[in-house]
Ligand binder design. Structure first.
Ligand code: SF4
Length: 388
């Protein structure tokens, strides 16, 4: 039996030991996809028993596209002073949240660029007002790089900034901006974003304050499989630390491939015969399966329908994912670089899940399962009898 098969077999046991980065690399590079997905499904059932797949009814709000960071893979941002810049008002954001309330949503994910002119008070006033107008909506706002930007403007440490935002009513942080936490890759595509350690530090501080956090990972920058595993190891280490302090840590891990339309990263290889950027479905599913095996301390693995399409997202449910993501209602950051579908109704999410053979269940931002209104008929129930 090959070493790869031995690792697969040991990972199929009832109490599999923690997967080392060395063994994960062997699986990443040598295991066939069917075997990987099979073992990842075993792990999914150990961590999230049952046949349900969760989803969230939420809305994305991208309050500004002004940004000074200039990531090479980003087609969304505009530098300060550009004629296409925008900044939404409190009323405009509130109106979007009212539309979410109308469809029974529970969470807003609000993120934008790093705006050089907005001080801490602008953010705390916004959160306080939204909290007042929409008391039942969870506000997950501002990724770590935005928190760093606010900290630079107001001259307070990032943890103080987070404390102020929490006191104003912020519920959590989006996991965005992690991309690849390995500096060799990160600083090549986002030199101004700084070390991956900054993202980890802000997330650590947020977790210490009891804010809800998730972890993300973008692949396809031309990185090696080892880089991808090093990213996962940094997230897993922080999760160990959080759990040892009785914090909930990251609720979930979500990965997707970098999008290459309309950005300088995508233009790098144009006109050459090199194809090192981006990923295909096979590689994405492999990555999802490895993440399920690697994270013995993160409960939920999310499938990404906006970047991979609904069919591949369904396949990801057989590669260890137990969550299909959210309705989003709008998305302007990743979509600027090449995705076409950026919104799904609750009915569509239920259909994606049930057509893959699972039971769709609505959840909140903290993965508490909610009363689920069954919008679709059970596709497995017998068809109604036809009259003669
Ligand atoms: S990805 Fe975020 S930080 Fe980077 S340029 Fe775009 S908006 Fe700015």
């Amino acid at each position: 039996m090959s070493l790869c098969q031995q690792i697969l077999q040991s990972q199929s046991e009832e109490n599999p030991s923690r997967l080392s980065i060395e063994d994960a690399l062997i699986l990443y590079e040598e295991a066939n996809l069917t075997d990987l997905m099979h073992v990842a499904t075993i792990h999914r059932r150990l961590r999230v028993p049952g046949n349900h797949v969760s989803y969230l009814v939420d809305r994305n709000v991208n309050y500004t596209n002004v940004c000074t960071i200039n990531c090479q893979f980003c087609s969304f941002y505009r530098p300060p002073g550009h004629p296409e810049t925008y900044l939404q008002t409190t009323d405009q954001i509130s109106e979007r949240i009212s539309q979410l309330e109308e469809i029974g949503g529970s969470r807003v994910l609000m993120q934008g660029g790093v705006h050089p002119d907005l001080d801490l008070e602008w953010y705390t006033d916004l959160i306080r007002e939204l909290r007042k107008r929409h008391p039942s909506i969870e506000l997950d706002c501002f990724s770590p790089i935005e928190i760093e930007g606010i900290s630079e403007i107001c001259g307070l440490p990032t943890k103080r900034v987070l404390e102020e935002l929490r006191s104003a009513g912020m519920h959590g942080l989006p996991g965005g901006g992690a991309e690849m936490l390995v500096d060799e890759v990160r600083l090549d595509v986002s030199p101004k974003k700084g070390s991956g350690e900054n993202w980890l530090r802000v997330m650590r501080e947020a977790q210490e304050l009891g804010l809800t956090t998730s972890a993300t990972n973008v692949i396809g920058f031309g990185e090696t499989n080892l880089h991808r595993l090093e990213h996962m190891e940094k997230v897993r280490d922080l999760q160990d630390e959080a759990l040892s302090k009785d914090s909930t840590g990251f609720t979930s891990f979500i990965s997707w491939p970098v999008m290459l339309e309309n950005n300088s990263l995508g233009r790098r290889e144009r006109g050459t015969n090199k194809y090192t950027l981006g990923t295909d479905s096979n590689e994405y599913l492999r990555h999802v399966a490895i993440s399920r095996l690697f994270f013995d301390n993160i409960e939920h693995i999310q499938a990404s329908w906006p970047t991979m399409g609904t069919k591949v997202a369904q396949m990801a449910l057989f590669a260890g994912a137990d969550d299909i993501g959210s309705t989003m209602m709008e998305e302007n950051v990743v979509s600027s670089s090449g995705t076409t579908k950026t919104s799904a109704s609750e009915r569509e999410l239920q259909l994606i899940v049930s057509r893959a053979g699972f039971v769709p269940v609505k959840r909140d931002s903290d993965y508490n399962l909610l009363k689920t209104k069954k919008i679709i008929e059970d596709i497995f129930s017998p068809p109604p009898t036809q009259p003669n």
